[in-house]
Design a protein around this ligand. Structure first.
Ligand code: UDP
Length: 479
């Protein structure tokens, strides 16, 4: 029998169902497998259904087949959340089930995976999204090393992590106050207006409960991986490292995925390349609010008005369901006709391709973390219009700290004149040049982090060794 040391580490990865989490989680699976680990990756059944339907028009698909045929040791499976594929998962009922009943399903699956690979000589460990509430219990039951993956910046992690301290100081819930907080480890100063929406709210929902519980759970994780870059959040990361093993390994979106494509998109993607190729370099504004954010019709009307006034070329992702409208279109009458020669409106696109196209010169974004990192990687400065959750805190990093973007509006309400003015500032002129220069600098930081000697690569290698040592240590203890 192989000694424990020679056994292959085998990551059991159970993905969260949100688009902004699925993408980096899949990328992490590829990265672990390319470092020689075995991986069993589980999507929720409805996620599997949605991705395979939208990408292959069939549900009988192994999403990782291509990655596996290129030599990576990745098994793919699904897990039920107890609801039918078409169930509306934006309800409280779903959050409650996710909190209370889903952990049993995970327990069952983990047991099954471990049993079915027991003869293969695997050393299992658990990799979960930090927003999961079940890892500590499951890891304890099966004696597994517990790895938590945080898909957002370290600043956001740190704010949730220090929730108790913020409460003791009366800064959470924020309740509309604007005060600077300067006592959080590794965070020089942050205004309460920049806290994530879940820390702003005074009325707590089940979702708040889930998030706060997840951050209790993460305190017992053995390792925490974060999709950020050490040089961008040095102090926040150093302070977190004093609490728990914390590794900045981002951005997790390149290289290996090109060789091993894995379908990750929940919606069919419109290809905008041909349209973009016919536009002058840097002339197109890309507008998207990501996969989750909702807004009201007025916001859409003002942005549309601003686009009309600015005369800019644009691609606008208007995701189905992003506006709760009572029937009818959400765009102003005649907008599509008036912008036909300079605009493209799509329900979803291959965002990376759009950002990387030389025609794209600016991104009006909701400040989802993946979108920010992708935009910086493409050297495209941003106009920020955060709507909720971490987007509000991410805006601070983009505009105030790294200076790679501007705010869409300064007050609470949005006017088309302000939108047009800021589009003008972003797309051309002195300020636009400055923003582009700063974006280029931050992009270099990302690029350097990914080189062989770069911080993210070194941190990842260090994690690989540390996780192997920890697995070994536990095996020896058991003997
Ligand atoms: N995305 C995409 N096509 C679109 C809009 C978004 O592929 O039309 C991708 C985008 O590249 C990013 C993810 O969806 O990787 C959204 O994640 P993000 O963290 O930016 O925002 P969220 O959707 O979580 O709010």
């Amino acid at each position: 029998m192989a000694s424990n040391k020679n056994r292959k580490p085998h990551a059991i990865m159970i993905s969260l169902h949100l688009q902004g989490h699925i993408i980096p989680f899949v990328n992490l699976a590829i990265k672990l497998a390319s470092k020689g680990f075995s991986v069993t990756f589980a999507h929720l059944e409805f996620v599997h259904h949605q991705i395979s339907k939208s990408q292959f028009n069939s549900t009988d698909i192994d999403i990782f087949a291509q990655a596996r045929s290129s030599g990576l040791d990745i098994n793919y499976t699904t897990i039920s959340d107890g609801f039918a594929v078409e169930f509306d998962r934006s309800t409280d009922l779903y959050v409650e089930a996710f909190l209370c009943r889903f952990p049993e399903k995970v327990d069952e699956l983990v047991g099954k995976i471990m049993q079915s690979h027991s003869s293969a000589g695997s050393n299992f460990f658990l990799v979960s999204d930090t927003f999961s509430v079940w890892p500590a219990k499951i890891a304890e039951k099966y004696g597994l090393v517990d790895v938590s993956f945080w898909t957002e910046p370290a600043l956001v992690f740190s704010l949730y992590y220090h929730l108790q301290l913020l409460r003791e100081n009366g800064h959470v819930p924020v309740n509309g106050r604007r005060e600077n907080v300067d006592y959080l480890p590794g965070i020089q100063s942050i205004n309460t207006k920049d806290f994530m929406s879940y820390l702003q709210d005074s009325e707590l929902t089940l979702l708040h409960k889930l998030i706060f519980q997840a951050f209790d759970t993460v305190k017992s994780a053995d390792f925490i991986l974060c999709n950020t870059v050490q040089e961008l959040e040095t102090e926040a990361i150093s302070a977190l490292k004093e609490k728990q093993p914390f590794y900045a390994i981002g951005p997790l979106f390149l290289g290996d995925l090109k060789k091993n494509p894995v379908a990750r998109s929940l919606l069919p993607e419109s290809n905008c390349t041909e349209w973009l190729n016919s536009r002058p370099a840097g002339s197109v504004l890309y507008v998207s609010f990501g996969s989750l954010a909702k807004t009201d019709k007025n916001v859409i009307l003002e942005i549309a008005g601003g686009i009309l006034l600015s005369q800019v070329n644009f691609i606008w992702v208007l995701r189905p369901g992003m506006v709760d409208s009572e029937g009818g279109g959400i765009l102003p009458e005649g907008f599509e006709d008036r912008t036909r020669d300079r605009g493209l409106i799509v329900p979803w696109c291959t965002q990376n391709q759009v950002l990387m196209n030389p025609a794209t010169g600016g991104f009006l974004t909701h400040c989802g973390w993946n979108s920010i990192v992708e935009s910086i990687w493409a050297c495209v400065p941003m106009i920020c219009y955060p709507l909720f959750t971490d987007q509000i805190t991410n805006r601070k990093l983009v505009v105030d700290d790294w200076k790679v973007g501007i705010n869409l509006c300064d007050g609470a309400s949005l006017t088309r004149e302000e939108v047009a003015e800021n589009i003008g500032v972003l797309m051309s002129g002195k300020r636009a040049d400055e923003l582009r220069q700063e974006t280029k600098k931050v992009r270099e930081t990302l690029q350097n982090a990914l080189t062989e000697d770069g911080s993210s690569e070194k941190n990842f290698n260090c994690f690989v060794e540390d996780v192997k040592d920890e697995i070994e240590r536990r095996c020896e203890k058991r003997i």
